[in-house]
Unconditional design. Structure first.
Length: 276
């Protein structure tokens, strides 16, 4: 006889299995297609698994388009925007977490509200502004704009991490002769390292996956990131799906490897934020 607990578990798994399958099916198709030949992709009947798996696609993609340049540009945008955003977000978040001033709560609400505006809403005004400064077709423009758009989110997240650290720790450090900045650098930041790591990952992901800003402001082929460069596999009359899937899988692996490296720090940071 089925118990209510068994029925509940069957219902949960019955809902989860289709959701999981739908979520990972595109990834499975990407992996499978990346090992197919061009003929196998286009000649019917279509098959899920490759009939004659090949690694040639992973060799050809480096010669068909300047994929190495696209990888490097995406890396520069991701790392550059992360460093620039954190350089401003850390002191701003620390000040919001430790100091009281008129309009503080209103400013925190402003940080939350400004996150609701996607970059596409401001793209026309930004284009005129960037063109006026003669900064079109410049990677630095993408780094700066991406850092600015992520600044409010990073500040808000880091403020929560800093608030979870007892201020008595800094007071003890200042009694030992440290300045306020010294206490923050030597005591608060090491304790907040899981949170800083989590925010860094989110910031890097935004830069790595950025599409709208490079599409709008970049023109030179040697300055395009992966998100735009992958479209070079889409020609006027044909889509090189086997090569496109191979390049997309490599771009995905970069993120997966990064998550594996910082998995522990990321988990600790998100747990600390949820408990604040």
């Amino acid at each position: 006889m089925l118990t209510s607990r068994t029925i509940k578990l069957v219902g949960i798994f019955g809902l989860l299995i289709p959701v999981i399958f739908i979520s990972i099916f595109p990834l499975l198709v990407m992996i499978s297609t990346s090992f197919k030949t061009s003929q196998e992709v286009y000649i019917p009947p279509p098959t899920f698994l490759p009939r004659a798996p090949t690694l040639q696609n992973y060799v050809d993609i480096w010669h068909v388009v300047p994929l190495g340049t696209y990888f490097w540009n995406s890396l520069l945008i991701g790392l550059g925007s992360t460093v620039a955003s954190l350089a401003l977000a850390i002191p701003a978040a620390y000040a919001l977490a430790r100091y009281r001033f008129i309009g503080k709560n209103l400013y925190v609400l402003f940080l939350l509200g400004i996150q609701m505006f996607p970059p596409i809403v401001l793209i026309l005004g930004l284009f005129r502004l960037v063109a006026g400064f003669n900064m079109l077709d410049n990677l630095l423009t993408i780094v700066v704009l991406n850092a600015v758009f992520g600044l409010s989110f990073n500040t808000w997240m880091l403020m929560g991490f800093f608030m979870s650290i007892p201020p008595e720790i800094e007071e003890a450090a200042m009694m030992d002769g440290n300045s306020r900045i010294g206490a923050m650098v030597r005591m608060v930041m090491p304790l907040s390292w899981p949170g800083i790591t989590a925010v860094s990952i989110f910031s890097f992901m935004n830069g790595w996956n950025e599409f709208t800003l490079p599409l709008t402001f970049l023109r030179s082929q040697d300055k395009l990131p992966l998100t735009i460069g992958l479209f070079k596999f889409v020609t006027r009359f044909k889509v090189e799906w086997h090569q496109l899937m191979a390049a997309s899988l490599l771009a995905t692996l970069v993120v997966v490897v990064l998550f594996m490296i910082v998995q522990e720090q990321l988990t600790r940071g998100m747990v600390a934020f949820s408990e604040k």
